[in-house]
Design a protein around this ligand. Structure first.
Ligand code: SF4
Ligand code: SF4
Length: 126
């Protein structure tokens, strides 16, 4: 049973209640396809410029999270042709934020949750 946390972006926090993120986590699809069993460990919200992400991740780890997924909308946008990462998403620094979280907490980090852009294989820090 993999305990999984999600970190979302404050720029989307009043528009999306993580509906597809949770569906995918529970149904083990899209960004969560690699797990046999999943259980949600918690959700936190990153706030610009992202300096809180490490502290939030330490708390998630202390609560039992074994992996943290960062929402797909941080690096891709919905377009006429589906979700696309060509022009990025809400966050210009998501890779660097994930990098820092991984270095500081040593918790496995994955970039992606729901509705992955076509051809995108989730980047993993582990
Ligand atoms: S990845 Fe999708 S479902 Fe998850 S918070 Fe972003 S817009 Fe909502
Ligand atoms: S730093 Fe990036 S992920 Fe964090 S709130 Fe700002 S735009 Fe969103």
């Amino acid at each position: 049973m993999m305990k999984i946390a999600i970190i979302r972006c404050e720029k989307n926090m009043d528009r999306c209640p993580l509906t597809n993120c949770f569906n995918c986590l529970i149904e083990k699809k899209k960004g969560f396809i690699q797990y046999n069993e999943t259980i949600p460990a918690g959700v936190f919200t990153c706030k610009c410029p992202g300096d809180n992400a490490v502290g939030l991740s330490k708390i998630l780890k202390s609560k039992g999270a074994e992996a943290i997924h960062f929402c797909t909308c941080t690096f891709s946008k919905k377009s006429d042709k589906g979700w696309d990462m060509a022009d990025g998403g809400f966050c210009d620094n998501i890779d660097s934020i994930i990098d820092t979280v991984y270095q500081e907490t040593e918790i496995q980090c994955i970039k992606g949750t729901a509705h992955l852009p076509k051809g995108y294989v989730p980047s993993t820090w582990k």
